[in-house]
Ligand binder design. Structure first.
Ligand code: GDP
Ligand code: MG
Length: 356
């Protein structure tokens, strides 16, 4: 941590990690602090540039890490910045101004940058906001029309920079050139140096860092983030429960379908079995009926044959009896004829006839 020069105007640069704070400080001061690739933070200490001149005025810039540092907690970063600010204020130095850097190219207009800005605002305090310049950079990374729309939104919506602008903060574009960076510095050099709220809280009111408005804001953000995460977890849990319920419902429906299919199959098999049994029963009855009818037919036939036989026998008997009767009558007739012939012979010949 460097020391703030006695005679120089001091300007602090704040903003989200990767917003371009160090690049801005290097550009305008000729320093060579390490810049990041935008993903990992490089400034995890408060860096003070060597004094440099703008329009004959000596200036030092204070480069700070973002509150969203990738290697330190938000409270650690606040402590780092607060300690620097408290110690320079104790030595009698007030900041001439503060620069809050915001990338106009950010896909999401709010996000991390606004979270940083809310803490930044509490760190400054409302009265000091008039010494603040919000610098939008990375204009080359965005379509100019889209950039302007975003800038307008940022400047006019209560969720974004409007409340700070209403209290005297200024919004300026930085196109990456030294000239545009110097314009920002020049503008700030017109300010009256003022103590920040956090400096008054820590030094004048002897508050602990955790009791400062900035720390409270950070805590509020943390709780809000926790709440958002809790709500998100709850939403995910409910979605998972809902998905599980849908899966369970689907499985139950499949089980019911399967059970119904099996029951239908059983019913079909049972109906087939009944049909086969009925067919067999019918065939059995038909067979019995046919056998009975054939039996009856055989009986009738045999009775008929028996009758015919008996009739033929009776006929035969009758014929035999008729034959015998006729034979007897014939015999009788012959005997009588013979007797008659004998009698006639005897009468004619005087002989006697012996009838045997
Ligand atoms: N296109 C463009 N890139 C920039 C600008 N300022 C910074 N960068 C890039 O953004 C990245 C982060 O910059 P850095 O100064 O380390 O951000 P810091 O974390 O806020 O200090 C680096 O890759 C820089 O080269 C700018 O105005 N325009
Ligand atoms: Mg940096």
């Amino acid at each position: 941590m460097g020391r703030v020069s006695e005679e120089a105007s001091t300007i602090a640069i704040m903003g989200a990690t990767g917003s371009g704070k160090t690049t801005f400080a290097n550009l305008v001061s000729g320093s060579a602090f390490r810049t990041s690739n935008g993903l990992r933070s490089c400034t995890d200490v408060v860096d003070v540039t060597e004094p440099f001149e703008v329009d004959g005025r000596r200036v030092v810039l204070v480069d700070t890490p973002g509150f969203d540092d990738t290697t330190k907690s938000d409270t650690d970063i606040l402590t780092l910045i607060a300690e620097f600010l408290a110690s320079s204020y104790q030595s009698g130095h007030k900041l001439t101004g503060l620069i809050f850097v915001h990338r106009i190219s950010d896909f999401r207009i709010g996000g991390i940058s606004l979270k940083n800005f809310r803490t930044f605002k509490k760190l400054c305090g409302e009265q000091t906001l008039r010494n603040v310049v919000i610098v939008t950079n990375m204009w080359s990374e965005v379509d100019p029309q889209l950039g302007e729309t975003r800038e307008h939104e940022l400047a006019t919506q209560d969720d974004f920079f409007k409340p700070a602008l209403d209290k005297g903060a200024k919004i300026m574009r930085h196109n990456g050139s030294l000239e545009s960076a110097k314009l920002v510095i020049r503008y700030i050099l017109g300010n009256n140096p003022m103590a920040l709220q956090i400096q008054r809280e820590l030094v004048d009111e002897h508050r602990d860092i955790l009791q400062t408005a900035a720390a409270n804001e950070m805590e509020r953000e943390l709780q809000a983030e926790k709440e958002r995460q809790r709500v998100e977890r709850e939403r995910v849990r409910q979605e998972m429960e809902e998905a599980a319920r849908v899966r369970e419902e689907e499985a139950r429906r499949q089980r019911e379908d399967e059970a119904r299919r099996r029951q239908e199959e059983l019913n079909r098999i049972e109906a087939d079995r009944r049909r086969v049994e009925e067919n067999m029963e019918r065939e059995r009855r038909e067979l019995e009926q046919r056998m009975w009818e054939e039996d009856q037919h055989r009986k009738r036939e045999s009775e008929r044959l028996q009758r015919e036989f008996e009739e033929r026998m009776a006929e035969e008997r009758r014929r035999t009896e008729d034959q015998q009767r006729w034979q007897r009558e014939e015999d009788e007739r012959l005997r009588r004829e013979l007797e008659w012939q004998r009698h006639r012979q005897h009468r004619d010949h005087g002989g006697c006839i012996v009838i045997q």
